[in-house]
Ligand binder design. Sequence first.
Ligand SMILES: NC(=O)c1ccc[n+]([C@@H]2O[C@H](COP(=O)([O-])OP(=O)(O)OC[C@H]3O[C@@H](n4cnc5c(N)ncnc54)[C@H](OP(=O)(O)O)[C@@H]3O)[C@@H](O)[C@H]2O)c1
Length: 300
Amino acid sequence: MSCNRREFLSVAATLGLAPGLAAGSESMLRKPIPKSGERLPVIGLGTYSVFDVDSSPGEIATRKDIVERLVGAGGSLLDTSPMYNRSERVIGDVISAGVDRKDLFLATKVWIDGQKAGADQMQRSAELMKTKVVDLMQVHNLRDTRLHMETIREWQADGRIRYSGLTHYTAGAHAALMREMKEYRPDFIQINYSLGEREAENAVLPLAGELGIAVLINRPFQAGRLFRAVGGKPLPDFAKEFADSWGQFFLKFIVSHPAVTCAIPATSKPHHMADNLGAGFGNMPGPAMRRRMAEHFLSL
Ligand SMILES: NC(=O)c1ccc[n+]([C@@H]2O[C@H](COP(=O)([O-])OP(=O)(O)OC[C@H]3O[C@@H](n4cnc5c(N)ncnc54)[C@H](OP(=O)(O)O)[C@@H]3O)[C@@H](O)[C@H]2O)c1
């Protein structure tokens, strides 16, 4: 280790930053998917509502710009669902407009009752997104999990789906989610976790770590509520070592949790995508700094 690097890590430690994560500032931080070891970039993109647009050239050009910024910064994960109306089709349009499918990690969901209806919906999702293989197929809000997990497992064996997952978005469902994590052992879960909703820290995130399940985080800004909660106040001085904006402050709190694999903030704006991507770079808060961030947020 060079002297400069040692000094840098010592300063990082003094500031409460995580030394292991402080070093890799040139490329986006990646974390391993426990099942495979494949390393996933920590910032992805949610598409609920923001990709539910018509396929006009202007709307597709904006979504393409957003996805190109994601890929250009080393990101890859897009999260969608048949529940998000036109979003899967718009992802297909963005791929047709020139984004390379190979640069993307496509995560969608099955959200319907019944095995045949579920298989038909999964097939339709792949067609809309113009892909033969779906990287991650998640059971949306634990709807008919047993039947859909059977299909997902069969399709994984056939190479049509790479990873399985279960999702929910409320703390009230965490107990049910944990029961199903133990029963079905999915490759991924997706849950709500942010500075405004920290319940997942109590049991879901530790259980995911124990069972070796990758974790995607939805509602990282509580659907935008976190920005309203800080109400135009400036970032605290102590955060300036690792965040240039509130968006990065909120996202770094999430992705620095050891059990979290990737956060999926949604945005309709290319400049917000660029801002969010900044959270995948540079210093990451360690445990002491994470406590300070949470205390500061509560004091606002
Ligand atoms: N059950 C489930 O499986 C489930 C449930 C909920 C969510 N999800 C997934 O998780 C994703 C994220 O959750 P979410 O869509 O509920 O909300 P979110 O990501 O917590 O918040 C999105 C909001 O934040 C704003 N925003 C984004 N970046 C910003 C920035 N840098 N500065 C200021 N504002 C910013 C967006 O507005 P702009 O458009 O103006 O940027 C949008 O209003 C969803 O899109 C979906 O893919 C899954």
